[in-house]
Write a new protein. Structure first.
Ligand code: ATP
Length: 362
């Protein structure tokens, strides 16, 4: 498979999506060229750009285009501001995760920036297809209901299948890491007795297949506090969809913010790079967004391709991207870092610095 051409879709999304995805793609192109990694990148429209062109935020043309690719790089989506007449309302991101069964959302949190010298290295493994998310937790329809004009019922769905496979993913990941060989299952089983009881049952079942990995568990509120005071004590965290989403932002705060939190949405057949952060409308268009999360998400996608196909060019390209990004983040010069990291570099300058480092590395 070495050297086989790989086709990736690029979906910029909304807000800072254009800036951070463009940065990730520029770096990817350069690193791929250096590693003789034959790569085809296809631009597909999603979000408000797609709405302007096709009258909907996730047009069938985009879905068809995605099917023809080996993986996807997605920017953030401002679903909250989509027009109510959008046929794809409320959220393309949920549709993609459901359509392609991207059941695992892998969110590494690592001390990278100089400002965060706390030796943090953990991964949140978040279930991605059910739980409290009404856009994906039913076969048909939306999981929130108005029985009368003053009442809303929001449905939570927890299935044995989803719990079993996310638990297995977490233990496999903990086995492959050189870390603490520890999985922490996060839940609220004192309140959500049945749903989180089922989740814990499946986590404990999966644990039996991985005798070298230690399992402990904690209530989501207590783990949120532990993440703030001793993030170094965690290795792999496995949890349900909504808790995973909230805890990843908490954890990102311990290493310098959302600009540094990458993620991969993956299933058995497909994977998608997508930073943890949203569309950040407050800084969109200013050219100051930190593209690190999207850059490292893209490297995660390349590593996933390597794990599936053995394509060493993909792995070498990922290594180059990661090494140069880590080096830049450790830089003491504020001129090289973006504003969120205490520097004054633009997104473009930060990107160019990484490309220069990749060019110089052997
Ligand atoms: P959305 O509604 O799309 O989720 P949001 O603004 O509510 O957007 P985020 O986009 O996740 O949520 O941003 C939260 C905060 O973090 C904002 O103040 C934003 O400026 C900051 N932020 C997020 N991503 C980045 C980034 N890549 N670089 C710099 N700052 C960021």
């Amino acid at each position: 498979m070495n050297g086989k051409s790989v086709k990736l879709a690029v979906l910029e999304g909304d807000g800072i999506g254009r800036e951070v995805v463009q940065s990730a793609v520029d770096i990817l192109r350069f690193a791929a060229g250096k590693n003789s990694f034959p790569l085809e990148l296809v631009d597909l429209k999603i979000g408000l750009d797609a709405y302007k062109l096709f009258g909907r935020t996730f047009p069938p043309e985009t879905l068809d285009g995605m099917r023809q690719c080996d993986g996807w790089i997605l920017g953030p989506l401002s679903a909250g501001s989509y027009p109510k007449d959008d046929k794809d309302y409320p959220m393309a991101s949920g549709k993609i995760r459901k359509e392609f069964d991207l059941f695992a959302n892998i969110r590494p949190i690592k001390s990278l920036a100089k400002s965060s010298d706390k030796n943090i290295d953990l991964v949140i493994v978040r279930e991605n297809t059910e739980d409290f998310y009404p856009d994906r937790n039913l076969f048909k329809g939306y999981g929130e209901f108005w029985p009368n004009e003053d009442t809303v019922l929001s449905l939570r769905v927890i299935t044995r299948k989803a719990c079993a496979r996310i638990a297995e993913t977490a233990f496999r990941l903990a086995s492959s890491r050189s870390g603490k060989k520890l999985v922490t299952a996060v839940h609220k089983s004192n309140v959500l007795i049945e749903g989180d009881g089922l989740f814990l049952e499946e986590v404990r079942r999966a644990a039996k297949k991985f005798p070298n990995i230690h399992l402990n568990d904690g209530l989501v509120d207590s783990v949120a506090m532990q993440l703030v005071i001793s993030p170094q004590s965690f290795d792999v965290i496995v949890t349900t969809n909504m808790f995973g989403d909230i805890l990843s932002d908490v954890a990102a705060g311990t290493v310098g913010g959302l600009g540094l939190a990458p993620s991969l949405n993956s299933g058995d057949k497909y994977a998608m790079a997508q930073a943890v952060h949203g569309s950040a409308p407050d800084i969109a268009g200013k050219g100051i967004a930190n593209p690190t999360a999207e850059i490292l998400s893209t490297a995660m996608l390349l590593r996933w391709l390597y794990s599936k196909t053995g394509n060493e060019c993909a792995r070498n390209t990922a290594q180059d991207i990661e090494r140069s990004t880590f080096e830049l983040l450790a830089s003491p010069e504020s001129a090289a870092l973006t504003v969120d990291l205490g520097g004054n570099a633009s997104t473009k300058k930060f990107t160019d610095e990484i490309i220069e480092k990749i060019g110089k590395s052997s």
